[in-house]
Design a protein around this ligand. Structure first.
Ligand code: COI
Length: 355
């Protein structure tokens, strides 16, 4: 056992699995680093986090996560630059959002220092796992789940916070074709759509599979009330470019306050791109596609960064997006990833060095 600067217990793995990993052919989130952080909430308080070898977690069959889905997560990435320096992107924003999700899901909020210092300690220990290949990074998954027991449908009395990391390549490969969804809903007014709650994602699997069966990759979520407003793209926020204006839906209790989304808005303004944060109707997107003013559509999220959409389907009709050289998606992706990988100046102060 070693002690970190924040007096964190660290139990190192006896052997490393790193030599088993093909870093040139990484999928997304399928291999995991040697260590993980674990921290328990018991008797009304969070205990000190510990770093232990990556391992299975044993739970009682009555643990409330299994029955009531009381669980939340975050998605973030660690990047290595040309000098092997390590960077995180806006980690405080992930920490804040985790606690916003925690509140909504009746999970006790986690002290910021446990999240940030624990994360830095874990990344330092597993730094050799951060890929250097262009387009690859260390995907970091902080999550909290109800590990307390009992069938009573009420919040658990014990919780577990874990950070696990997966060296990862691109989230999507190939062209993304989406279907505008009019029957199923991802979220509703007063619901949990803005929280990164596990169930928000599970609820998408079935409608997404129906779309996949029809030849699409993802669903474009519309509002639950009228299905007339475009809200999210699969597990990402959505951007639409009509003529030279870049538009995204406003965040609400139905829409996730994406860190990539808000970074893109700031970078776009800095690039001199006219942006609008407002409701986007399906009708306006279909009309724009018909008249040729719809130039680009893309999803934005941590895992996929920016994922250009090539076709959208609506009411049995497919609409192809034009092939644009050096479009907004390409320009904005370059700007954001240059900041993330320390290839450019960070004028917004978003990077955090892990040293
Ligand atoms: C992310 O973009 O990091 C997400 O949280 C989406 C996830 C479902 C892969």
């Amino acid at each position: 056992m070693e002690t970190s600067t924040m007096k964190m217990k660290i139990e190192k793995a006896k052997t490393s699995k790193i030599h088993e990993v093909d870093f040139d052919n990484l999928a997304f989130g399928t291999v995991f680093t040697d260590h993980m952080l674990i921290c328990k909430f018991k008797n009304g308080a969070w205990e000190q986090p510990e770093i232990v070898p990556y391992q299975p977690i044993t739970l009682d069959p009555s643990a409330k996560i299994f029955h009531y889905g009381q669980s939340i997560f975050e998605g973030m990435k660690g990047y290595k630059d040309a000098n092997d320096d390590i960077w995180l992107f806006r980690p405080m924003d992930n920490c804040k959002r985790l606690n916003i999700s925690a509140k909504r899901m009746a999970i006790p909020e986690l002290p910021e220092a446990y999240f940030i210092d624990g994360l830095k300690e874990l990344i330092r220990l597993d730094k050799d796992w951060i890929p250097k290949k262009q387009g690859s990074s260390l995907y970091i998954r902080p999550f909290i789940f109800a590990s307390g027991n009992g069938f009573h449908a009420s919040p658990a009395d014990e919780y577990t916070f874990v950070i696990a990391c997966a060296p990862s390549g691109a989230y999507f490969s190939g062209k993304v074709k989406v279907l505008i969804e009019e029957n199923y809903s991802r979220s509703a007014n007063g619901g949990v759509g803005y929280a990164k709650a596990g169930g928000n994602y599970a609820g998408q699997f079935y409608p997404t599979q129906l779309a996949i069966d029809k030849g699409y990759n993802q669903v474009i979520w519309t509002d639950d009330n009228t299905h007339e407003y475009i809200e999210e793209a699969g597990s990402m926020n959505i951007f639409v470019r009509i003529n030279d204006t870049l538009i995204t839906a406003p965040t609400s209790d139905r829409i996730l306050d994406g860190i990539t989304r808000k970074s893109i808005l700031e970078i776009a303004k800095d690039e001199g791109i006219h942006t609008e944060v407002r409701k986007i109707t399906v009708t306006e997107v279909v009309e724009a596609a018909k008249s040729g003013t719809l130039k680009e559509m893309f999803g934005a999220g941590t895992a996929a960064v920016i994922s250009p959409i090539v076709t959208f389907g609506y009411r049995n009709e497919d609409y192809d997006l034009p092939e644009i050289q050096d479009g907004y998606a390409t320009r904005l992706k370059k700007r954001i990833t240059d900041i993330q990988y320390n290839r450019s100046e960070d004028k917004f102060g978003w990077r955090l060095k892990v040293s």
